[in-house]
Structure formats: structure tokens, C-alpha cells
Design a protein around this ligand. Structure first.
Ligand code: ASP
Length: 322
């Protein structure tokens, strides 16, 4: 019998150590909210959506409020959600003026015959579906503004750093804050979701790997669910999550599959990142070849595991709220 479980991440890359605690806090809360939703509603889509929304609402993450800015100073967000049972897929690209892009992505999955809507068409769909429209300025955090100024003034390569201590080296380290979640229930149904503001100082109109099935997000009950994070232009080129899934279906253990695919991406096209996985038999795994990736998982009777650096793992227990 498979144990209902969830694993989440809030981005791979580099951020200063003083942010570890706050990143861990939001990531753990997202895992707990997702797990409680899973137990209450026994619906894997509900679970990953709920977990991702917690992180979209938190300024520590590069998704929803707190998204990094494009070169024009605007927020443009990508998100994707996939149900592994029937491969139903919903995504949005370049979405503005919406607080929780993952919920619009889910509506694309449920209400349209398409897999992804982008830009103005995505926004008009969200309006028709009754999502609240907010001003784009209300999604802009002070940290995201400082980050953009730092990147533009130093005229360095676009990055997804959202850190408060903006130094040249921290910008160059390209900290990432994309968020994602994968959940499985006792019947082996899996869902995966990813949401992002993309990379800082990207060209307006740029869409990354997040809403590309097999790129930043993958889910198939016959194999596994995956959410990936890292430099989108690299992830897309190597179809990262699809590669990880292929390694797993060929019998590789899921952490090794993630690391092998990430390292071969870095070698072939540059960039780095991380991924979280749940296999069809309920094995949870995560790996990154970036300096850090904040992750958290809840499984079994409420065992909460989390970490930031490779090899680091904190274990506590969730007190289930009534
Ligand atoms: N993969 C995202 C993108 O390139 C960034 C991230 O993972 O932080 O849009």
C-alpha cells in the first residue's frame, strides 16, 4: 500500500545563508498544507495546487508575489500542473496580473482542450473564469526591484536571484526561487506542479521551462512525477524532467536519476538546477547540482523532512491541525 506523500521545493541556486531559515520555513509550511489537503481531500491536484499557492503568496519565492522582474520591470509568470492518471496538462506562460498562476493553470487543465495558454489570451481566460485581477505593481516586491537594478546596473547575465543582499557575487551565482510540488495518494495517483516568475531581467515575452511538459514539469502515474528548477534555457534544451523519467523507467534510483540528468545538462549546455520526484511506487527523492535547493516532504504518519544544502536533512513531525 502506498503512503500518501508530498515533496515540494522553492528553487535551486544560491542565496545567502541568512535566508536559509526563512526559505525553509515557507517550504515546510507549503509541504504541510499540501499534505493536510491530501489527507482531507484525497485529491493529488488539490494537494499540489495548495502547496504551490502557499509559496506563490510568500515573498521568499520567485512565483506569484515576489516574482523576479523582466528587463522592463514587469512580472510575467509561468506555471504548469499535470495529473499523472490521464496526463491531463494545464499551463500558463507570460501571465500578468494574477496572484496565483498555478490556479489558472489548473483551470486550463480542467476547462479547456489546450495544454497551455500564454500572455493576453491567458489573462482573458483567467478573467472569464472569475480570477481576481490585481495590478502588476502589487506583485512586485522591493527585493525583486533591487535585484533588477543590480542586474541592469552591472550589465551581467540575467539571473533569478531574489536575495536581499545583492552583491556582484550573489547576483552572479544566480539564485533561483521557482516553486514546485509533487504528491501521491494511496491509489498511486500522482500530480506535479511548478510555478515561477522566470529569470531576472529576462526579455519581455520570454517563457521558460516551467510550463513545458518534460522540461520543468512531468507526471505519469505509470512512472513518476517531477518538478524541476534551474536555468530554463538549459532545462528546455535537454528536456530535463523527461530525461530523469527515462532514467527511472530504466531502473535507476530516483536521486541518481536526477543528479545524472542534471550533471549531463551542465556538461552539455551549462546551467545548473535541481529536481524533486515521487515514483509510482511512492519513493520520494530530490537532488541538485546547484549550491542549494530548498525542499521539504511529508509522508508516513507525518514525518516532515527538509533541507537546503546537499546531504543536509532535518527531520521533525507534523502536528495535524483539526
Ligand atoms: N526554471 C525557471 C525559469 O528558467 C527558473 C527557476 O527554476 O528558478 O524560468
Amino acid at each position: 500500500m502506498i503512503q500518501p506523500s508530498i515533496i515540494v521545493h522553492s528553487g535551486a541556486g544560491y542565496f545567502p545563508d541568512e535566508r536559509n531559515a526563512s526559505k525553509l520555513e515557507v517550504t515546510r509550511s507549503a509541504a504541510v498544507v499540501g499534505w493536510e489537503t491530501l489527507l482531507r481531500q484525497d485529491n493529488v491536484l488539490d494537494a499540489v495546487e495548495a502547496a504551490v499557492r502557499v509559496m506563490e503568496d510568500n515573498v521568499e519565492c520567485n512565483a506569484g508575489f515576489g516574482s523576479v522582474l523582466n528587463s522592463a520591470g514587469d512580472v510575467e509568470m509561468d506555471a504548469m500542473i499535470i495529473r499523472g492518471k490521464d496526463l491531463s496538462t494545464g499551463g500558463v506562460g507570460g501571465l500578468c496580473q494574477i496572484s496565483n498562476p498555478i490556479s489558472v493553470a489548473r483551470r486550463v487543465l480542467e476547462k479547456t482542450k489546450h495544454c497551455m495558454l500564454a500572455g493576453q489570451g491567458a489573462l482573458e481566460f483567467a478573467v472569464r473564469e472569475g480570477f481576481p485581477i490585481v495590478s502588476n505593481e502589487s506583485l512586485v516586491s522591493p527585493r525583486a526591484k533591487i535585484m533588477l537594478e543590480g542586474v541592469l546596473s552591472k550589465n551581467i547575465a540575467p539571473s533569478t536571484e531574489t536575495g536581499s543582499c545583492i552583491t556582484k557575487s550573489s547576483v552572479e551565482e544566480k539564485s533561483l526561487g521557482t516553486v514546485g510540488a509533487v504528491a501521491i495518494n494511496c491509489r498511486g495517483e500522482i500530480a506535479a506542479a511548478t510555478s515561477t516568475g522566470g529569470i531576472c531581467a529576462k526579455m519581455p515575452g520570454r517563457i521558460g521551462d516551467t510550463p513545458i511538459p518534460g522540461g520543468g514539469t512531468f507526471c505519469d502515474d505509470q512512472n513518476c512525477g517531477i518538478s524541476a528548477t534551474g536555468l530554463g534555457e538549459s532545462i528546455m534544451r535537454v528536456c530535463l524532467s523527461s530525461r530523469i523519467a527515462n532514467f527511472i523507467s530504466n531502473g535507476m534510483d530516483p536521486s541518481t536519476a536526477c543528479l545524472t540528468a542534471l550533471n549531463s545538462m551542465t556538461e552539455r549546455v551549462g546551467g545548473d538546477g535541481g529536481a524533486i520526484v515521487i515514483t509510482k511506487s511512492g519513493v520520494l527523492a530530490h537532488a541538485h547540482n546547484s549550491r542549494k535547493m530548498t525542499w521539504a516532504s511529508v509522508s508516513g504518519d507525518g514525518e516532515l523532512r527538509s533541507g537546503v544544502k546537499a546531504g543536509e536533512e532535518f527531520v521533525t513531525h507534523v502536528v495535524v491541525s483539526k
